[in-house]
Design a protein around this ligand. Structure first.
Ligand SMILES: [Zn+2]
Length: 414
């Protein structure tokens, strides 16, 4: 099927030699017999892996389910995974698609550590993470951090370990006629903490100072530009922005005029964002659908109205729990860096992100060679110190497009 090929091609693109694989030798078996569902087809699982992933466990099947009885729910219960130690990964992950997600009423991951005690389990419903109005058969990736699971036992078990007879279950519930495809079975993955180095507005010193320093270290950035600033005095030109994109940067929207979007009408905001997006797209910038609001101000009402423009914004919520999934709005938090934020302070934020399974994102505005006298100016040599700390710590630095497409828990593959 074309759908599988797309997903597989996308996944194959992630492949690197650094990956450790767990043998995927099991064949579909009676474990796939589903209450109130029938298997339409299945194939061997495809492993998702790239340089940020270590696949430590695979429940290896792809399967299509169809709800053809009123009995509910149907369970996708893969062959039990037998673990003797705590789950040695950060996230559970699966790939999911459906011709019509509106028929779905729940999608819940359950982990039953002890098959003899089925009242004790870890669980999480990920139903609300499926984007609203998802086009038919669009595969999306759902990722659940271990810490997000709720456990029914009191006190909770010390660790997330399956003992003999324990199993993992994906519970699919929905209306009659619901079809669901689980493309890869369920996987355990480890993800490196993404680091996004961002810049707002369009200042020329980003090109002149930050860009060469980052390029020399193999670090890519994200530049959120105000389209009317481009080519004006003290700001970057279209050619310079294109050079940055060619070097792996994301050039994204920061509105057409830097007006505070909480101070204008909804219609004006929508026009503003659409115009900025179109201008960037017409100049060939692939990050045109990514937007960061001027002054970090944006009303929640507007989020819903402008969702056709926005794929991300840089402030908001946790790495595990981006805002507004059903509106296809993804929250990406960024720290606005001021002159008093030393490399040590920034590195401490990065360490915090590492420890908590979140991402690190920070945003600069302009660079000066001397000690800054303006809050949003940053000394170039101090910025260089921070870059060296990132390199020394082997940080995974990516641009915003990569982050949205490949690092978020739920993202489209096509
Ligand atoms: Zn700004």
């Amino acid at each position: 099927m074309g759908l599988d090929k797309n997903a597989i091609a996308e996944l194959s693109a992630y492949r690197t030699e650094t990956t450790k694989l767990i043998p995927n030798s099991k064949k579909p078996s009676k474990n796939f017999q589903l209450e109130s569902s029938k298997i339409i087809s299945y194939c061997d699982g495809v492993l998702l892996y790239n340089d940020r992933f270590t696949v430590t466990n695979v429940l290896p099947y792809s399967v299509e389910l169809e709800k053809n009885s009123a009995t509910d729910p149907a369970f996708f219960r893969p062959t039990p995974y037998v673990a003797t130690n705590d789950f040695d990964f950060d996230y559970f992950e699966f790939l999911f698609s459906s011709p019509d997600t509106s028929l779905l009423t729940d999608l819940q991951l359950r982990i039953l550590p002890d098959g003899a005690d089925t009242a004790k389990y870890y669980y999480m419903s990920v139903f609300t993470r499926i984007p609203y109005g998802l086009p038919p058969n669009t595969p999306i990736r759902i990722r659940i951090h271990k810490s997000e699971l709720t456990v029914t036992a009191t006190p909770p078990p010390a660790g997330l370990t399956l003992t003999a007879g324990g199993y993992v279950e994906l519970r699919v519930s929905g209306a009659l006629g619901l079809k669901v495809k689980l493309i890869n079975g369920l996987m355990g993955v480890k993800v490196k903490t993404p680091v996004m180095i961002q810049f707002d507005d369009g200042n020329l010193t980003v090109y002149e100072k930050a860009f060469p320093l980052m390029k020399a270290r193999g670090i890519v950035g994200t530049f959120n530009v105000v389209t009317s600033f481009i080519g004006t005095e003290g700001n970057c030109s279209w050619e310079q922005l294109r050079e940055m994109q060619d070097a792996g940067w994301t050039i994204a929207s920061h509105s057409i005029d830097h007006v505070d979007h909480t101070l204008i009408t909804e219609a004006q905001v929508i026009t503003n964002l659409e115009t900025a997006q179109q201008i960037l797209a017409s100049h060939g910038f692939t990050g045109s659908t990514l937007f960061t609001p001027p002054f970090n101000t944006f009303s929640t009402t507007l989020e819903n109205r402008v969702r056709h423009v926005i794929r991300s914004r840089k402030y908001g919520d946790r790495w595990q729990d981006p805002i507004g999934f059903r509106q296809n709005v993804v929250g990406i938090q960024a720290k606005s860096v001021s002159d008093i934020d030393s490399p040590t302070i920034l590195l401490a934020d990065y360490a915090l992100a590492l420890a908590s399974g979140k991402y690190f994102s920070a945003c600069w505005h302009q660079f000066v060679d001397e000690v800054p006298t303006y809050q949003y100016a940053y000394q170039t040599s101090v910025f260089e110190e921070f870059l060296d700390l990132l390199v020394a710590n082997d940080a995974y630095c990516c641009n915003a497009e990569t982050f949205v497409d490949r690092c978020l828990i739920t993202s489209r593959l096509v």
